[in-house]
Design a protein around this ligand. Structure first.
Ligand code: ADP
Ligand code: MG
Length: 413
């Protein structure tokens, strides 16, 4: 028994040893040490009205099973004994006051003659029981047996605590890793914004000089062409730095109560001009979409970025559908009413791997000089701050739908 006690103490839950493995090992050790046929660990479930077997070990076949349930309604005296006893030694289980109810349904069919049960406690409350079940001639339980059964039940509750502690620690570690990564991303973005700002000043000079060259009379054609290329590249660079600055700098926002249908109505004509004649924009205006709390300029950025991405996904043209509608919690996967902005295209689509990265800053699949990879990172930040969420549906060559859900704070007056 001494060796078994030591073995129980040494079982520590961890990555290689799950709590279930530990329970199995405890059952096996207990069965061998006490010398019984079966040892089971049961836990109270269904608001303490039932016991479910978590692990059962059968020594003669050296096998484990689980899952049987006993309910309080059928065995009230046994459930009461669990609350009042440190251990329940029953030499003749079929006539013992605490266990006799189990006779017909459990003891006779399983050929159990004697039982030694010890409730399992957590913070002073019974949470289950460990059962040592003996077959054959009725067996007298010694004080040593009873002590050992209590040790087994204490070991079980200690292991449960240890496993919970390990889980809490790893959750904490994960949490601090995420916080660290977020802080890093944010300081990186700020660094990039600072560098972008300085770089834009340099670009201004480059663009100014290249413009001067282009305006000079009597230039050889190739020089003029080069000046034109410098200007084009410089302008692309300037556009990129603008986005980097926007991403890094927390510009002042002024969120207020707005109607997204109205704002979208106002922006769609501009978007039509922006995407050009090869792409059509269909706007489906939902009735009574209610009011949302957001900075309208930020909302326009969201819409603009989604529409531009939809256009880029259909290089040879096509239709972009923009829609606004009210949806209830179930569709949004959250509680309450939401105003949904949907932008769909029938373009190239994305595989699952790319879908998982599209909100990462600087993730882009577009050729050098075309994409910045910041559009959706900006969208995500704006939506997060508005308390909303984003849902992406896409399939390669079958287009993409992005749905943004904004909390609806009021209905239409
Ligand atoms: P960018 O447009 O500059 O590449 P975004 O952050 O806007 O940066 O988008 C990141 C990437 O997500 C794109 O490069 C593209 O691969 C993918 N993506 C975004 N929207 C769509 C879309 N509507 N269809 C297909 N791919 C898309
Ligand atoms: Mg984009």
């Amino acid at each position: 028994m001494e060796a078994a006690r030591l073995a129980l103490v040494r079982l520590i839950p961890g990555p290689e040893l799950s709590l279930t493995d530990i329970f199995r090992e405890i059952c096996r050790t207990a069965a061998n040490t006490v010398g019984v046929n079966r040892v089971g660990i049961w836990f109270l479930v269904d608001e303490r009205t039932a016991l479910r077997c978590s692990v059962l070990y059968e020594r003669d076949i050296d096998e484990f099973s689980e899952g049987t349930t006993l309910s309080e309604a059928d065995f009230p005296a046994y459930f009461a004994a669990l609350e009042n006893r440190r251990s329940i030694p029953a030499k003749r289980a079929t006539s013992n006051e605490s266990t006799h109810e189990l006779s017909a349904a459990y003891l006779y069919p399983l050929n159990i003659s004697s039982m030694l049960d010890a409730p399992i406690f957590e913070n002073g409350e019974v949470i289950g029981v460990v059962c040592h079940e003996h077959s054959g001639m009725p067996r007298e339980w010694t004080l040593e047996d009873r002590d050992f059964a209590a040790t087994v039940s204490d070991a079980i509750s200690l292991k449960i605590k240890a496993a919970a502690l390990i889980e809490a620690r790893s959750a904490l570690r994960k949490h601090s890793e995420i916080t660290l990564a977020l802080n890093k991303a944010e300081s990186l973005a700020r660094l990039a914004a600072g560098a972008a700002h300085d770089f834009r000043n340099l670009l201004t000079i480059i663009l100014g000089c290249a413009g001067e060259i282009q305006r000079t009379k009597h230039l050889p054609d190739d020089i003029r062409e080069m000046a034109k290329q410098i200007i084009e590249a410089g302008e692309r660079g300037a556009a990129l730095t603008r986005e980097m600055t926007n991403y890094g700098e927390r510009e002042a926002e002024s969120p207020r109560v707005v109607n997204l249908t109205e704002i979208t109505d106002g922006v769609v004509p501009l978007l039509r001009t922006a995407v050009g004649p090869k792409h059509q924009i269909q706007f489906e205006r939902g009735a009574l979409v209610g009011k949302t709390f957001i900075d309208p300029i930020q909302y326009e950025r969201v819409l603009m970025n989604l529409v531009v991405n939809a256009r880029d996904a259909m290089p040879s043209g096509g239709e972009i559908s923009v829609s606004i509608a009210t949806v209830d919690c179930r569709e949004a996967g959250r509680s309450g009413k939401y105003t949904m902005l949907g932008v769909s295209d029938t373009g190239v689509g994305m595989d699952v791997q790319n879908q998982s990265r599209i909100f990462d800053p600087y993730f882009t699949t577009k050729p050098r000089g075309k994409g910045t990879g910041l559009g959706l990172a900006v969208v995500k930040r704006i939506v997060d701050r508005a308390g909303g969420s984003i849902d992406v549906t896409s399939a390669v060559d079958h287009g993409t739908t992005i749905r943004v859900y904004f909390p609806r704070i009021a209905c239409d007056a």
